[in-house]
Design a protein around this ligand. Structure first.
Ligand code: 6A9
Length: 726
């Protein structure tokens, strides 16, 4: 828990299952290999319930916020721990609740015997507050027979080092001595142990920690009470907390059904709970970040820090990518705008506020030490020519459709408009293609020797095959289609505001013109829409031949590298890589319903030799030369076959669209719509049941989740597929 502050006091939970090789759990780490964890219910504002399945036990964490006073009100936590299976000797568990400052505010411990009973404190945003660690109880609220208590007061160089500080203070000299039970040694924080200091760094963070060690099942509650909340009806603990939680659960269920109608559509309870968990984990994963990116611009020789600022955003993955990504966010907001339009507006505004004077928004937001600690150095630098698909326009399009557009929504749009225009123009000027109305992603990998196909990270589709030899002659189909969408939404916003809209409309019409689109991107010989550029199909990776020098012993020769060989020189031509990029004029609904190209796209989609699988559409056709090919020895295929849910969401939405328009392909689109939708829902649900998670992508041969987890970024769009909201 943290307030939205640049230097927040935070409160958190660590836990430790007492065993020979005890491992302290704190932040979400894939390497912990938990059988499952995630928010099952979360309304994004006042309430959430999370289940964490660790080896041998399950933790349920719940929170409620109660408004009141002038500083955001109170909150309460409840943590319930249960053994995985009844019968076996109950494991000994430690729950470690902590509060820590981050450079401002004060904390005062109140200790009785060895038990840290409460902490009083102050901070700029929270004013005076009081945090109470209540005595543990059974699940039904009766006092526990026995528990052991320890506490710690320590300093840390920053919040990102709290785990280390706690770990290094652990000692197993403590004894758990419940009456009538065998004594057990256990690990606990030990104030007597020396604390690590970082040379030359003033300790910045003040930490207070309460450890309770007990047997399962049990329940522990913590309350935060705001000093400015004068007439509180009573503390939110025990029965009062149970009642409040039950009210929130009922309200959530009702609002979920009103928003997505999954019961009405006949989904059984198990699938509804899956959908609720997908939405909730996206909401529960939202973060308030503060700091600055490290930016390399064309105007300076050296990387410079970007101006400091806040970002309130959802994230692709709580464990692996716990930070903002520009084009992911547009997809996240498609879901959140339906749940809570006001929340979405806030997030979009935050992102647009990250724009520099030229109109650029950094693609990946790595803003503070905590974020930087998780990213390899080569990914930290953001380049100011680098784009990313402008998917915030997708989210805006959705917000414009939401009912209840009043004066507040209009004035919000008005304040957004200048930035939107600047952003739109940034793409038009910096990502312009070689011909009028064509576009080109800048910043492709330049090295053509080491990669099978130089990547295009900016497009979001990373290793999706493009022209083999990057050059200014390239035109990229996906970017052109994104710009058609952007132009249309700009026109709509301008019209709403009574601003001049004609130029946006004209641009939209030109970019939607099917004849021009075909002229620039239809590859007649390949029978598909395609990128165009300096390209050779005849490329491959081969081991470099290394000659032994005279007298040089064999073991001194380095292992030969894999290098690219080009067997036929590149020439200007269309790039044969059937997959998500080829589908873009369909995905973003630019094709006229009577276009014969629509027919061939639907055919390619439904072909199992090409894009169709029983689990969703694969990213690259099986018939495509780079299908499932490594890009380097250590870089496995990513967007070269696996199934991605953001693109599948657009595909189902487009099928739904073409199924609703009269035309020669209407029936075919309707049939594919039913099939693709059913396949996606069945597979994601099955994978969730079997693995406990939603995943970054899914195997096109088995449907299995792969890449990082839990990934409740755009994979959570399955909720909208179930709800048929496009
Ligand atoms: C790597 C390693 C802990 C790649 O979902 C975020 C992005 C997408 O925007 C993009 O389309 N993902 C997709 O191709 C993940 C990118 C992660 C890059 C940083 C650092 C961190 O190790």
């Amino acid at each position: 828990m943290r307030p939205r502050s640049p230097r927040p006091p935070v409160a958190g939970l660590m836990w430790l299952r007492q065993a020979a090789e005890a491992r302290l759990r704190h932040t979400c780490e894939q390497s912990d290999g938990l059988p499952g964890y995630g928010w099952l219910l979360h309304d994004g504002l006042r309430f959430g319930a999370q289940e964490i399945r660790d080896r041998g036990l399950t933790l349920r964490t719940e929170f409620v916020k109660r408004p009141g006073g002038e500083h955001g009100g109170d909150w309460s936590w409840r943590v319930t721990a249960r053994p995985e299976s009844a019968g076996e000797q109950s494991p000994l568990l430690s729950l470690l609740f902590y509060v820590a400052t981050d450079g401002q505010g004060t904390l005062q411990p109140h200790v009785e015997d060895t038990r840290l009973v409460s902490v009083t404190g102050t901070s700029e945003e929270l004013g005076r507050f009081n945090i109470t660690f209540h005595k543990p109880t059974t699940e039904t609220g009766e006092a526990l027979r026995y528990a052991s208590y320890n506490h710690l007061e320590a300093r840390s160089p920053g919040l990102h080092r709290l785990t280390d500080v706690v770990k290094s203070s652990l000692s197993n000299r403590f004894v758990y001595a419940a009456p009538g039970e065998a004594k057990r040694r256990y690990f606990a924080v030990d104030t007597d142990r020396a604390l690590p200091g970082e040379p030359g760094q003033a300790p910045h963070s003040h930490l207070l920690l309460h450890q309770v060690t007990l047997t399962l099942p049990c329940r522990v509650e913590v309350t935060f009470e705001s000093g400015s909340f004068a007439e509180r009806p009573g503390s939110l603990v025990g029965a009062a907390l149970s009642q409040e939680l039950a009210g929130h659960v009922a309200a959530f269920e009702q609002r979920f059904e009103e928003t997505f109608s999954l019961a009405r559509k006949g989904f059984p309870p198990q699938q509804r709970r899956f959908a609720q968990a997908a939405l909730s984990n996206m909401l529960g994963g939202m973060g308030y970040f503060h700091g600055s990116s490290v930016v390399q611009s064309a105007h300076s020789q050296h990387p410079l820090p970007y101006p400091e600022g806040p970002l309130f955003t959802a994230v692709p993955s709580r464990s692996f990518f716990p930070r903002g990504f520009l084009w992911d966010e547009g997809f996240h907001q498609l879901l959140l705008a339906r749940w809570d339009p006001a929340l979405s507006r806030e997030v979009i505004a935050h992102w647009l506020d990250l724009m520099n004077a030229e109109g650029w928004i950094p693609r990946e937001q790595i803003l503070d030490d905590e974020a930087r600690a998780k990213v390899p150095p080569e990914f930290i630098l953001q380049h100011s020519e680098a784009a990313n698909p402008p998917t915030l326009f997708l989210a805006l399009q959705q917000l414009l459709r939401e009912p209840g557009q009043g004066p507040a929504e209009l004035s919000y749009l008005r304040s957004l408009f200048p930035r939107l225009h600047t952003w739109y123009e940034w793409y038009n000027t910096t990502q312009a293609g070689p011909l009028p109305y064509t576009f080109r992603w800048r910043g492709r990998d330049q090295d053509t020797d080491l990669f099978l196909n130089p990547k295009t990270l900016t497009s979001g589709l990373d290793d999706y095959p493009r022209a083999s030899h990057p050059s200014p002659a390239e035109r990229h189909l996906d970017l052109r289609c994104w710009m058609a969408l952007a132009s249309g939404v700009m026109a709509q916003v301008a019209e709403r505001l009574g601003e001049p809209a004609a130029e946006y409309r004209r641009m939209e019409q030109v970019l939607r013109d099917n004849a021009l689109l075909e002229q620039q991107h239809w590859a007649a010989q390949l029978g598909m829409f395609a990128d165009y550029g300096n390209h050779s199909q005849a490329v491959g990776l081969e081991r470099e031949k290394v000659a032994l020098g005279p007298g040089q012993p064999r073991h001194q020769v380095p292992t030969p590298r894999l290098v690219r060989v080009v067997r036929k020189p590149p020439q200007l031509q269309f790039v044969g890589a059937l997959g998500y990029v080829s589908l873009f004029p369909f995905l973003l609904q630019l094709l006229r319903p009577d276009s014969p190209r629509l027919g061939s796209i639907l055919g390619d989609m439904r072909s199992e030799q090409k894009l169709w699988t029983p689990y969703g559409l694969r990213s690259l056709a099986r018939t495509s030369p780079l299908y499932m090919k490594h890009n380097t020895e250590h870089d496995p295929p990513y967007w070269r076959g696996p199934i991605w849910i953001n693109m599948n969401y657009l595909a189902v939405g487009a099928l739904h669209h073409y199924a609703s328009l009269e035309g020669p392909y209407q029936q075919q689109a309707a049939a594919l719509y039913q099939e693709l939708r059913a396949n996606l829902i069945a597979n994601l649900h099955r994978q969730y049941r079997e693995s406990g998670y939603l995943w970054e992508q899914y195997s096109d041969s088995t449907g299995k989740g792969q890449g990082c987890y839990p990934f409740t970024g755009w994979s959570a769009l399955v909720v909208l597929v179930m709800a048929e909201e496009y």
